[in-house]
Design a protein around this ligand. Structure first.
Ligand code: ATR
Length: 278
């Protein structure tokens, strides 16, 4: 029987992870099966336990269960502990290892796929929830000149900045307090795009040559990328590259081999075009 893997989420039917991991497995000659499992809002732990009892070897975890997965893991990688969230579980009885590959996935997409060096750049991270926490450590490790966290709830931005102060030049603020500043790399880690909402960002944030990156991806351009394009960002990128790169990191953890990602990204983009969605 093939080794079993799954992504747990709610909702999860939209997930591209099964297609991504099937493509990785085929390219790397790995015999595995990967499915999407809808866990009830209050039934994540039971769902995962049943999966492991049925022979599950590993899992990805998506909204809204990343924090709960962090509590369920019996051991955490340092980056998962720092993020306070787990997107990848590896089951090796009796251990449940929790990892977080989101930050590594974002960094790989930015530096390798998009050619954005980060070192020496002025970086703005929008949002201070789980998604922001997951990528903050790796972003600071890349050596930006300074990193500003801006959030609707200003206190959470300050708290996060204080938590990460040992990692570099990082500060927190509200959206109105961004007035008068400009940035080379602007990353949307809020969930505002999910609700189709725009962020109340002051004018002048996008420096000439800047890259606007939305960690969300969707069938249509996100409100943040629309705004960025109209305010002079030189380049726009959605989170599809990050999704594929974080999956490749998870695949490496489980199978010991890191699959190539370019062809899988091209496949997903062309799939979107064929359904008329991009
Ligand atoms: P996630 O795990 O996706 O990060 P989360 O932890 O609930 O989810 O965090 C959601 C983030 O998106 C927060 O930074 C939230 O801002 P608040 O801390 O002020 O709640 C932000 N967010 C969600 N909807 C938003 C909106 N309509 N406008 C601005 N920020 C929004």
């Amino acid at each position: 029987m093939s080794d079993r893997y799954a992504v747990f989420g709610n909702p999860v039917s939209h997930s591209k992870s099964p297609a991504i991991h099937a493509a990785f497995a085929a390219a790397c000659n790995q015999d595995l099966a990967y499915e999407a499992i809808l866990a009830p809002q209050d039934g994540f732990a039971d769902c995962v336990r049943a999966f492991v009892a049925g022979g599950g070897c590993g899992a990805n975890v998506t909204l809204p269960f990343k924090r709960e997965a962090c509590r369920l893991a019996t051991r955490l990688t340092p980056r998962a502990r720092l993020a306070g969230a787990v997107n990848t579980l590896s089951f090796d009885a009796p251990e449940w290892l929790g990892d977080n590959t989101d930050g590594a996935g974002l960094l790989r997409d930015l530096t390798h796929n998009l050619g954005c060096p980060i070192a020496g750049m002025r970086v703005l991270l929008l949002g201070a929830g789980g998604a922001a926490r997951g990528v903050l450590g790796p972003l600071l490790d890349a050596g930006p000149r300074r990193l500003v966290i801006a959030n609707r709830t200003e206190a959470s931005a300050h708290e996060l900045a204080v938590r990460m102060r040992s990692g570099g030049e990082v500060s927190g603020c509200s959206y109105p307090q961004l007035a008068g500043q400009s940035f080379d790399l602007l990353i949307n880690a809020t969930s505002a795009s999910l609700a189709g909402a725009s962020l109340p960002l002051p004018n002048g944030l996008f420096a000439p040559g800047s890259l606007a990156y939305d960690m969300m991806y969707g069938e249509q351009e996100t409100p943040f990328l629309r705004l960025a394009g109209s305010r002079g960002a030189a380049r726009l990128a959605d989170g599809l590259g990050m999704l594929v790169e974080q999956a490749a990191e998870a695949f490496r953890l489980w199978r010991g081999v890191r699959p190539a990602t370019a062809s899988v990204m091209a496949m997903l983009r062309s799939g979107d075009r064929q359904t008329g969605s991009r």
